[in-house]
Design a protein around this ligand. Structure first.
Ligand SMILES: [Fe+2]
Length: 293
């Protein structure tokens, strides 16, 4: 067999770096989630690019476009400000949010907003992060000797949060109060620090390099694992000065129309009911109640 030249090896490595998925140590990531409830992983360059493009392009979306592309009953599109709040305190999240659900992509094409560059980068980011999420979950299941996969992409959603300066309230400790998401896992990438997590109840600041994203667990995974996997509380600090902050968050939710058995004790689980209740407790419309599938 002919050996590769240095240039060919460089090109292969660069390609691997670009597509990225194979760069992630899924075994380490899944074990950290099981043991500690969070893990920091690297993301490929094209996803970093998509992230920064969404941040750059969000302010260019016309107001009328946002009003037209708004489907709060489906947790899709631009959501009304103040709709979502922390279920522990009822304090509203001080950010605008845009939700993208891949399952509605064909419906989105009927709207002009689907041609906006912001939307295109959101679609690309979701494609990459959903593939990473599937593999993380697959590795977690494997550690519990479960080989049957859990489908997540159609039920999951990507959320862009824009913590505009004007929403900041001086008397609040957090822009988003302490909570856990109530999903399986959540990925977060932000333009600046502010995110804090509470491993073992102790507050810890999250700082990420440009090529890193944090993933943490939600109580749906705790339920699924019979309490073996802890869920991670988190919050967004209120900065001392008025600064903008944007984040992209990917919520991983299992397909809700099938029945599940827990990973260890093999109990019957109604994840649809639990996921709907969790979602509603933040002010959202339940995932499956309002939608004729
Ligand atoms: Fe959250």
């Amino acid at each position: 067999m002919k050996s590769l030249t240095a240039a060919q090896i460089d090109a292969t490595l660069e390609h691997t770096r670009q597509i990225g998925v194979s760069n992630i140590d899924y075994d380490r990531c899944s074990q950290e989630l099981i043991d500690h409830g969070y893990s920091i992983v690297t993301i490929p360059v094209h996803l970093q690019k998509d992230f920064w493009k969404t941040v750059e392009l969000y302010p260019t979306i016309p107001k009328a476009c946002k009003a037209e592309f708004s489907f709060p009953d489906l947790t899709d599109g631009f959501m009304p400000f103040g709709m979502e709040y922390a279920n522990s305190t009822n304090n509203v999240d001080l950010c605008e949010r845009y939700c993208y659900r891949d399952k509605y992509r064909s419906e989105h094409r009927q709207h002009a907003f689907a041609d906006h560059q912001f939307y295109r980068h959101i679609v690309d980011f979701e494609g990459g992060i959903s593939a990473i999420a599937e593999r993380v979950l697959e590795n977690i299941l494997r550690k519990f000797a479960v080989s049957e996969p859990i489908e997540t992409r159609p039920s999951s959603y990507l959320q862009f949060c824009s913590y505009n300066k004007e929403y900041r309230k001086a008397d609040r400790e957090y822009l988003q109060d302490r909570h856990e998401d109530g999903h399986l896992i959540t990925f977060v990438k932000a333009t600046r620090d502010g995110l804090v997590i509470f491993p073992n109840g102790e507050r810890q600041r999250v700082t990420l390099a440009d090529d890193e994203i944090i993933v943490f667990t939600g109580s749906l995974l705790t339920e699924l694992s019979d309490g073996r996997i802890p869920y991670m509380d988190h919050a967004v600090l209120n900065p001392a000065v008025q600064v903008e902050r944007s984040s992209l968050v990917y919520f991983v939710i299992p397909e809700l129309k099938r029945k599940y058995t827990s990973l260890v004790e093999r109990r019957q689980l109604d994840l649809e009911r639990i996921a709907n209740e969790n979602h509603e407790s933040f002010g959202n419309v339940p995932f499956t109640a309002a939608v004729a599938e």
